[in-house]
Design a protein around this ligand. Structure first.
Ligand code: FES
Length: 171
């Protein structure tokens, strides 16, 4: 057997092994790329981020800072969830602390067409400037086209903090 013939035999013997090595290597790389691409999705599905639900309770104010017997407009941060997007936005509410420390929190929109209303101390009423609806200190309609009392948020007090919840359902 000459040298040239011998080297062809060796090459033929190694070729299937080498081919299968390359095939396994390529599959290995493809598997690794696939895993790298799929891992974030798998982690997201297995451990979804904790997205605060809309309507969750939010910390709104220090109870001691609210005047007693006079409505006060407060500002606080509320979380809004829009699909996967979670944003924190400024929100307001009109809050009345009664002498017994009970609190009523009104949504800031007039129940007619949603204008912002304000507290008018001399007349002791909430007044909406858009179409002159008026509401009593406990939110009842006194005048104007407003079809229902002011909307209220659920409230609770934790320690000295006022928490606002979702809107109360209408009776
Ligand atoms: S929006 Fe308030 S009275 Fe019309």
């Amino acid at each position: 057997m000459d040298d040239q013939h011998q080297s062809h035999e060796v090459a033929d013997d190694l070729s299937p092994t080498r081919r299968s090595f390359y095939i396994k290597f390529i599959y290995g790389i493809m598997t690794a790329i696939g895993a790298a691409l799929a891992a974030p999705a798998a982690i997201y599905l297995l451990f979804p981020p904790k997205i605060p639900k809309e309507g969750q309770w939010v910390d709104a104010a220090d109870l001691a800072s609210l005047p007693t017997g006079t409505p006060e407009e407060i500002s606080y941060q509320r979380t809004r969830v829009d699909g996967w997007k979670v944003t924190s936005e400024k929100a307001t509410a009109w809050v009345l602390k009664k002498p017994d420390n009970q609190v009523i929190a009104f949504a800031p929109q007039c129940t007619h067409l949603g204008c912002a209303y304000h507290w008018d101390d001399p007349s002791h009423t909430f007044i909406c400037p858009c179409h002159t609806s008026a509401f009593s200190i406990d939110g009842k309609v006194l005048a104007g086209p407003a079809p229902r009392p002011l909307d209220r948020y659920e409230v609770k007090v934790e320690g000295s903090r006022l928490q606002l919840g979702p809107l109360e359902p209408h009776a």
